[in-house]
Design a protein around this ligand. Structure first.
Ligand code: FPP
Length: 250
């Protein structure tokens, strides 16, 4: 068993971990290779992160796999990412089943190529009864777009007299986000040294702890996730309360 894992308090793990998997391009460049090489070598890191989250008992892990802004990358790179998504999702199904991984997606899925939509739908269906951990892929995802979309849908319901304006609450907004079936994020990890949120889960990260590491995503392993958890456990999450109030309820 990993030494780091032994330093983790399993009663205080983040329920929902979100990750911005950054640095594939730089990793490839370091090896004198094209950016796509970095993406292809990112899959081991994906497997390790999900396995580590599962090892400690986290119930949700959400990965920023493709942002709305990523559509602006060169077509060759976009096509390579989409085909990687299709082949790897298909290939991983036995592992998802063996490890109780329930696959989910958030984002403007309609924008994905047909093949990617079909495979995603199939994998989501096949893994729907798994319950160890929910693995959500954010695909063609942008948090601002998600919020605009939610406002449009709520507005429609107001116009149709299905919702009264005075009844609009945080819960109603939550229920209209792509993440309606996910809890708030507790811990957000970003690799590659960048310290930004980049339009990821803005609403859902209101109280999340943020953890930044220099590790480039293709090099990310279980140990790195455990480091993030140990750091998270050394922080005090106050949710607007005082330290004394938190201690009194401990
Ligand atoms: C960021 O690195 C990474 C992405 C935009 C894509 C993330 C995709 C993967 C991890 C591939 C595997 C995932 C699935 C779901 C098949 P970057 O390209 O922005 O790196 P850079 O900042 O160094 O250029």
């Amino acid at each position: 068993m990993s030494e780091k894992l032994q330093n983790i308090n399993l009663n205080k793990v983040p329920n929902h971990i979100a990750i911005i998997m950054d640095g594939n391009g730089r990793w490839a460049k370091q090896q004198g290779m094209k950016r796509v090489f970095g993406h292809r070598n990112a899959l081991t890191a994906v497997r390790e992160a999900v396995a580590a989250a599962s090892d400690i008992g986290s119930k949700f892990i959400t990965l920023y796999a493709f942002s709305t802004e990523n559509w602006n990358r060169p077509k060759l790179e976009v096509d390579a990412l989409m085909s990687l998504l299709v082949t790897s999702l298909k290939k991983e199904v036995p592992e998802f089943q063996k490890n109780g991984i329930k696959v989910n997606s958030i984002g403007n899925i309609e924008q994905l190529p047909k093949k990617a939509r079909e495979v995603l739908k199939e994998v989501i269906e096949k893994t729907s009864n798994n319950s160890t951990i929910t693995l959500t892929f954010a695909l063609s995802y942008g948090s601002r777009e998600e919020i605009v979309n939610a406002i449009k849908n709520i507005s429609k319901k107001v116009v149709n007299n299905e919702i009264e304006i005075k009844k609009i609450s945080e819960k109603i907004i939550n229920n209209h986000l792509y993440t309606f079936n996910l809890p708030d994020v507790d811990l957000m990890i970003r690799t590659s040294g960048e310290q930004r949120i980049s339009n990821f889960l803005l609403w859902q990260m209101a109280y999340a702890e943020l953890y930044f590491t220099e590790v480039l995503w293709p090099d990310f392993r279980k140990e790195h996730l455990f480091d993030a958890i140990i750091d998270y456990q050394n922080r005090e999450r106050r949710f607007g309360k005082t330290s004394e109030q938190i201690d009194a309820n401990a």
